[in-house]
Design a protein around this ligand. Structure first.
Ligand code: SAM
Length: 260
């Protein structure tokens, strides 16, 4: 767990006077360039998060380590990540807790992996399945950069539709296009009472998944929902919903494993 003072190697978010955000890394002896402004990393290292950098420059920036929600839109990623509004509910409705063993299917850039690792804590375990070696490598680098080193995370380079090796796991989370094809491996992996959580963007994927769950008779109490997030504009006496909102991103489905 990082403290208040910014350290060499930290991932940081610089925020300019107009609220624009830039993701950078602090490296001792290396300058940072942001929109043409040159900042000296050595002047930032050792100062508190929230400090103002670039005192002698025309443009100055507030410096923070990015929070999970701030990181997601800033991170360049090879696959569509799950944003904080959905991840919050995935953790809560999926009942992800410290000490659990969780299987994740579909790692992408590792953003949801970060949230799951926080959820299971140091005593829990995350085992992820990913088809693509390059995605897995990028995800691991992201997790190490933004979360720090983890020794309770394994990534299998495999198609989870062909099988999940783990048994008696507490939760399985899937973010892949055809989660309906995962029902049998999920049922084999989950312990009785365990929870299957799936995230998918389109209605037809939900229909296929719910039909497959219904037909398999291995999981019940299925529920599907989505989260609409409406931010507010608060400036002086102008207090109202923003003109734009984050409406549809994806559907979350949860179901519980039956036992005999
Ligand atoms: C949408 S991305 C996951 C994004 C991730 N949840 C995040 O927030 O960064 C889906 C990922 O699933 C992987 N994938 C698709 N089908 C798979 C399968 N059958 N088994 C394992 N991984 C799969 C893809 O290669 C891709 O990396």
């Amino acid at each position: 767990m990082k403290g208040e003072l910014l350290e060499d190697g930290d991932a940081i978010m610089l925020v300019d006077s107009r609220g624009r955000r830039y993701l950078k890394r602090l490296r001792a002896g290396h300058p940072l360039t942001v929109r043409g402004t040159l900042l000296n990393a050595d002047d930032i290292i050792g100062r508190s998060e929230g400090c103002l950098a670039g005192r002698d420059q025309p443009e100055r920036f507030r410096v923070f380590r990015p929070s999970y929600a701030e990181l997601t839109p800033l991170l360049s990623r090879p696959a569509e990540p799950i944003f904080a509004k959905d991840v919050g509910l995935i953790l809560c409705r999926g009942d992800i807790r410290p000490g659990q063993t969780v299987v994740e299917v579909g790692v992408g850039a590792g953003l949801t992996s970060m949230a799951l690792l926080r959820g299971v804590g140091e005593k829990g375990r995350l085992v992820s399945y990913e088809l693509r070696e390059d995605f897995a490598a990028e995800a691991r680098a992201n997790v190490e950069l933004y979360e720090g080193p983890v020794d309770n995370w394994t990534i299998h380079l495999a198609d989870a539709r062909h099988g999940i090796n783990e048994r008696s796991v507490d939760r399985v989370f899937a973010d892949i296009p055809d989660a309906a094809a995962l029902i049998q491996p999920v049922a084999q992996a989950l312990r009785g009472g365990g929870i299957f959580i799936s995230y998918a963007p389109t209605v037809l994927q939900i229909k296929d998944l719910r039909d497959a769950l219904e037909a398999s008779n291995t999981c019940r109490l299925a529920e599907t929902f989505e989260v609409l997030e409406r931010s507010w504009h608060v400036q002086g006496r102008s207090v109202r919903p923003d003109h734009r909102m984050v409406a549809h991103t994806g559907f979350i489905t949860v179901a519980r494993r039956l036992s005999h």
